[in-house]
Structures are given as structure tokens and as C-alpha cells.
Design a protein around this ligand. Structure first.
Ligand SMILES: NC(=O)c1ccc[n+]([C@@H]2O[C@H](COP(=O)([O-])OP(=O)(O)OC[C@H]3O[C@@H](n4cnc5c(N)ncnc54)[C@H](OP(=O)(O)O)[C@@H]3O)[C@@H](O)[C@H]2O)c1
Length: 255
């Protein structure tokens, strides 16, 4: 077993089947958290949970859930709470994106981004928030964490083709800030991590757009573990310290 800062805590990570979410889950497990992995691809979740459970002290469970399905999300969160005894950390990470000029875009692609990146965050947060508040009030750590993976595109519009993707990320930024204000007194820390370009399926598989569309200059990009480092830093601060926002770009990224 490595670090133990998050011993006796449970961390839920959405979109844990690949990329940033998988790296965050591994990093939180390495800090001692029992991790709950949510996503749609069951095989990928099972693979990661098995790998974490095979490590010394590793504890992982996985639940298949589409974050756009509020009932499925609530059922998964309720099951996780029953199985693990509560939720101390929630990482809202599941997301998707398509980047194209508005004049050429499919309306269904716009709605899909709103469904996953905004409504998905709302569905998971609504189901998990009472459990986070309870953990902050009753668990030894005396604090709970709600981290949302936004984007540089949640701070500014990097290019015109970021249109709806940037709109969804700005929206979750506003939501997170409102939660921060409401829940600070209860020691639920709501924070944002805003990555620049990270090498994941979102940017490299072509599933969500060609790599050239997101990284036209060809500079060295971030790895998922770079973002996991930021999340771990946030959720391992002492009770009196809240890291509200971390913007992480590849060194050479200017937009
Ligand atoms: N890569 C970047 O450059 C970058 C930059 C800034 C921000 N981000 C943000 O980082 C987050 C993670 O993305 P990534 O780069 O790691 O890409 P990724 O490897 O494609 O991961 C996306 C994750 O979201 C899950 N997901 C997508 N739709 C879902 C749904 N309807 N229900 C449940 N899970 C769903 C996917 O799992 P399933 O397909 O198995 O459901 C997958 O685990 C996203 O919020 C993204 O906007 C990424």
C-alpha cells in the first residue's frame, strides 16, 4: 500500500472507463480511497477494477451507468452507498465533445453534449450531494469533495468550433461555483479542474473529432496522470483548505 491520506474514504469517479477518469480512479485508489467506477463500457470498467483490486490495499467496484439516465445514475449511486457506506469524494468527469462550425453542425451532436456534459453532471451531483454532505458532517475527515472536470473551454472559448462544448463547460463552471458558495459552510468543497489538451480517446481516437481539430500546432500534450495529480492535490488538502480551481495546460499551449 502506498499513501493512505484517503484511507476509509469512498470516491466515485464518472467516466472511469478511459482517459482522465481511469487515471483519476487509479490515483485516488493509490491514496487509499475505495473507488467506485461509473461509465457505460462494462468491460473497460471491470478491467480497471480488477487491476486496482489486484494491488496491495486496492479497493474498487464498478457500476455500469449512462450519466444521461437520471434513474440509472441514482440507482448506481444508491447501490454504491449501500456497498461502501457513503461517498466522500465525487469526481464528475464523464464528458464528450464534437467540434465543428455551427453552420455544419448536427443539432443532435449539440444536444448530446448538453446531455452528457451538463445534464450528466446534474444527474450525478443531485444523486450524490446528500451523501457528500453527510460524509462531511459525520466522517472522521470532516470534509467532502466534489470535483468537476471542466476544461480550458470552461474559462474561455478557445476557438469558434468549441461552440457548444465550451457552452457546456462554462455552464458546469457556474454550477460548481454556486455549489461552492452554498456548501462551503458544511465543509463540502466544490472545485473545478480545467485541463488543456490531454492525450485521451476524446482527442486521439477520432471518435470525437480529428486530433488536428483540437491540437493544430502539434505541441506536446498532457497525459491523463497530469490531471489525476491535480485532482489528488485538491482532495488531499487539510480540512481548512479548499482548492477551488486548477487550470492545467501543456506548457506550449497558448489558446
Ligand atoms: N482530453 C482532453 O483534451 C480534455 C480537455 C479538457 C477537458 N476534458 C474533459 O475530461 C473529461 C474526460 O474526458 P477524456 O479526455 O478522458 O476522454 P475519454 O477517454 O473519451 O473519456 C470520457 C469518459 O466519459 C465517459 N462517458 C461519456 N459519455 C458517457 C455517458 N453518457 N455516460 C457515462 N459515461 C460517459 C466515457 O465512458 P463510456 O464511453 O464507457 O461511457 C469515458 O470513460 C471530459 O469531461 C472532457 O470534457 C478533456
Amino acid at each position: 500500500m502506498g499513501n493512505t491520506v484517503l484511507n476509509n474514504t469512498t470516491a466515485v469517479v464518472t467516466g472511469a472507463s478511459s482517459g482522465i477518469g481511469a487515471a483519476v480512479a487509479e490515483a485516488l485508489a493509490a491514496e487509499g480511497a475505495a473507488v467506485v467506477l461509473l461509465a457505460r463500457r462494462r468491460d473497460r470498467l471491470t478491467q480497471l477494477a480488477d487491476a486496482i483490486n489486484a494491488r496491495d490495499g486496492g479497493r474498487a467496484r464498478s457500476y455500469e451507468a449512462d450519466v444521461t439516465d437520471a434513474d440509472a445514475v441514482r440507482a448506481a449511486i444508491d447501490t454504491a452507498v449501500r456497498d461502501c457506506g457513503g461517498i466522500d469524494v465525487l469526481v464528475n468527469n464523464a464528458g464528450s465533445g464534437t467540434w465543428s462550425p455551427a453552420l455544419e453542425a448536427e443539432l443532435t451532436d449539440w444536444h448530446a453534449m448538453v446531455d452528457v456534459n451538463l445534464n450528466g453532471v446534474l444527474n450525478v451531483t443531485h444523486a450524490a450531494l446528500p451523501h457528500l454532505a453527510r460524509a462531511a458532517a459525520t466522517h472522521d475527515r470532516g470534509v467532502a469533495d466534489l470535483v468537476t472536470i471542466s476544461s480550458v473551454a470552461g474559462r474561455r472559448v478557445p476557438r469558434s468550433t468549441s461552440n457548444v462544448y465550451a457552452a457546456t463547460k462554462h455552464a458546469v463552471g457556474a454550477f460548481s461555483e454556486a455549489l461552492r458558495q452554498e456548501l462551503a459552510g458544511q465543509h463540502v468543497r466544490a472545485g473545478l479542474v480545467e485541463p488543456g489538451v490531454v492525450a485521451t480517446e476524446l482527442t486521439t481516437s477520432g471518435r470525437e473529432g480529428a486530433p488536428d481539430a483540437t491540437n493544430p500546432t502539434g505541441y506536446g500534450v498532457l497525459q491523463p496522470s497530469d490531471i489525476a495529480d491535480a485532482v489528488v492535490f485538491m482532495v488531499t488538502r487539510p480540512r481548512h483548505t479548499a482548492i477551488n480551481e486548477i487550470l492545467v495546460r501543456p506548457t506550449e499551449q497558448t489558446v
